[in-house]
Design a protein around this ligand. Structure first.
Ligand code: AMP
Ligand code: MN
Ligand code: MN
Ligand code: MN
Length: 276
């Protein structure tokens, strides 16, 4: 079965509406699909409906932004109840500072000679409350300040570069707690992307487990094949379940839906006990 448990719609920083994402997933042969928008549950109803029309099994998901040791990490929640008030309330709080942060990012970019970034980013954000660095990256590419989105995250938008504004997201224990309160499984997203030392990664995994986290993403669009092996070995050694998800954001933006390799059969998939 082709199982893809991580992607975005235009309810957060994806380029396509939930129903368009569903059609693309189906066309790519995905059998089990989770929509995991950043800090938002607003696309799930439309996605579920579209998945049914395409004959795909749908999983309600979310990707929560977390501040850990001063940096940002992401925790995916799978099979959550989107009506659960603890989760919905927590996410509303996490989302709340994005507009102010975007204004500050635009001020920094202006100081670097790039005008109109706030309005420009908002033009790319179908849901203004979820304006993100992705939308700034699209704007920077559009005006020719960078070659493409990747380049935008190299020259701007990351720590130490103009347009990066530190932000306080959820605490790790909060995010995992909300997911579990809503009946879901917590998955540490793309651990290879955080640039952590082995010791810091061990500390993160220990805190994540103590909070109730059960799985880590092994095969994701953010990992190299070498990292599939590295994080597969960590999942096996530390007895975490493993997950697979493209982190699809849009056509020609990073990994394509449902096309990554399968999980190593020696790993315990996060979906092992799900009725699929
Ligand atoms: P934000 O939540 O506004 O901080 O934006 C984070 C989003 O930016 C992530 O969800 C990714 O979609 C994107 N992103 C972060 N880092 C990179 C990167 N190095 N290259 C491309 N996209 C990135
Ligand atoms: Mn994103
Ligand atoms: Mn992420
Ligand atoms: Mn993601």
């Amino acid at each position: 079965m082709n199982i893809d448990l991580h992607c975005h719609s235009n309810v957060s920083d994806g380029a396509l509406a939930p129903a368009e994402v569903a059609r693309r997933a189906a066309r790519n042969g995905v059998d089990v699909w989770a929509l995991t928008d950043h800090d938002q549950l607003g696309g799930l109803a439309q996605a579920r409906e579209a998945a049914r029309a395409e004959g795909m099994h749908f999983i309600d998901g979310v990707e929560i932004s977390v501040t850990w040791r001063g940096g940002t990490i992401h925790v995916v929640g799978l099979r959550i109840d989107p009506a659960h008030q603890t989760l919905a309330g927590g996410l509303a709080h996490v989302r709340s500072g994005r507009i102010e942060r975007a204004k500050q990012m635009a001020r920094e970019l202006k100081d670097s000679g790039i005008d109109g970034a706030f309005e420009g980013a908002l033009r790319h954000a179908d849901n203004p409350a979820m304006v993100s660095r992705t939308h700034f990256a699209r704007f920077l590419a559009e005006v020719g300040a960078v070659e493409d989105s990747r380049d935008a995250f190299r020259k701007y938008l990351v720590p130490g570069k103009p347009g990066y504004v530190p932000h306080q997201w959820a605490e790790l224990v909060e995010a995992v707690g909300w997911i579990r309160a809503a009946g879901g499984a917590a998955v540490l997203a793309h651990p290879g992307r955080y640039g952590l030392s082995a010791a810091a990664l061990d500390a993160l995994l220990a805190e994540f487990r103590a909070a109730g986290g059960e799985a880590i993403e092994v095969v994701t669009g953010s990992h190299s094949p070498e990292q599939y092996r590295q994080f597969g070995a960590i999942a096996a050694q530390q007895r975490f379940a493993a997950s697979r998800g493209s982190d699809f954001h849009g056509p020609e933006e990073g990994a394509e839906f449902g096309t990554l390799p399968p999980l190593d059969p020696a790993l315990r998939p996060v979906w092992r006990d799900w009725a699929l």
